[in-house]
Design a binder for this molecule. Structure first.
Ligand code: PEP
Ligand code: MG
Length: 332
């Protein structure tokens, strides 16, 4: 079995009717890098940068960040690395960061407060250091994309892009090399508001990454980390799927690259549904890539689209799970 999976690494992620699917890796700590090479990922769809800020008392400076991003980008050998800027807040409670940037008001409900891009725009100096490091790595090491967490309004993307351009100008003035064409700037679609306003956000963003972990939490009002309501946390809830479909279709209509990088991307049982909804790029834990690739290679897009249509007619999460479970590739 292991040998079979190793052989898979060299085979394309392509459906039986010839649709190419991009399988990318999510990376949370650089120690997982060797696994990514083994899995045969086509780039990194989500580099979570929170690890840089954890377990320390001060903030990581530009040099430390350059070193960390360079390690990842050079390991990917020319395949693009999507670097998500700091997503602090919500369940990602980074105590040291709070100390490093002084007192931070977390509010009555941190998940609905100063989290993700909101914090970074409030404290642009955090974003500036991160952007400077990203631009230097983009110039010297390899291709990167910039991803913004918890976007809810188009202006957040516009403001972040202005800061990126300002940082690029400052670096150029200092004689530091920066790519002529700045890296694409994308938005996480991980709140119902962002999903329903995807067409508006698309006017400012260069790409979307749909984050179903938070999207399910915010849509269903179920905290990701609350055991008492864990039974209600379900990315197959029709409300979550409708939002995924809405955002995906907006992106496809506007020819904006779109990927899905929540945990559901790595569940091979859900691959037919996700392809049927129109997604062609999935980013997941590296260890899931071989199995998902195996499934992709057994699928026909027409069958996937038919499954998705049936699923989207349902209103019961349980019925959706049954349809997804019962799907057998190649049978109609
Ligand atoms: C998500 O919310 O689905 C996501 C991919 O980001 P994270 O799990 O880091 O919040
Ligand atoms: Mg998220």
């Amino acid at each position: 079995e292991r040998q079979k999976l190793a052989k898979l690494r060299r085979l394309p992620a392509e459906t039986t009717d010839g649709e190419a699917v991009e399988l990318q890796a999510n990376l949370e700590i650089p120690a997982e890098l060797p696994l990514i090479a083994q899995a045969g990922a086509l780039g990194i769809g989500l580099l979570r940068t929170e690890f840089l800020f954890m377990n320390r008392e001060d903030l990581p400076d530009e040099e430390a960040q350059v070193a960390a991003y360079a390690e990842v980008v050079s390991a990917m050998a020319g395949d693009p690395v999507t670097i998500r800027v700091l997503d602090w807040g919500g369940e990602k409670d980074i105590q040291a960061l709070a100390e490093g940037i002084g007192s931070l008001h977390t509010g009555p409900n941190p998940a609905l407060g100063l989290r993700g891009i909101r914090l970074l725009l409030r404290r642009p100096e955090l974003l500036e250091v991160q952007f400077a490091a990203i631009l230097r790595v983009a110039a010297d090491v390899g291709p990167v994309r910039v991803l913004l967490p918890l976007v809810t309004i188009p202006d957040e993307v516009a403001q972040a892009r202005e800061i990126l351009e300002r940082v690029a100008r400052r670096l150029r003035r200092k004689g530091v090399s920066v790519p002529d064409k700045l890296p694409p700037v994308g938005a996480m679609i991980e709140t119902p508001g962002a999903a329903l306003a995807a067409d508006a956000i698309a006017l400012e963003a260069d790409f979307f990454a749909i984050g179903t972990n938070d999207l399910a939490m915010y849509t269903l009002a179920v905290d990701r980390a609350e055991v008492e309501v864990a039974h209600l946390y379900d990315p197959l809830h029709p409300a979550v799927l409708r939002l995924v479909q809405f955002a995906t279709e907006a992106a496809l209509r506007l020819r904006l690259p779109v990927s899905l990088c929540g945990e559901m991307a790595g569940n091979p049982k859900l691959t037919p549904l996700l392809l049927g909804l129109g997604l062609r790029t999935l980013s997941m834990n590296a260890s899931s890539i071989p199995r998902v690739k195996q499934v992709v290679r057994s699928l026909d897009i027409g069958d996937c689209a038919r499954l998705a249509r049936r699923v989207m007619e349902q209103s019961e999460p349980r019925r959706i799970a049954e349809l997804v479970e019962g799907f057998v590739p190649g049978s109609r």
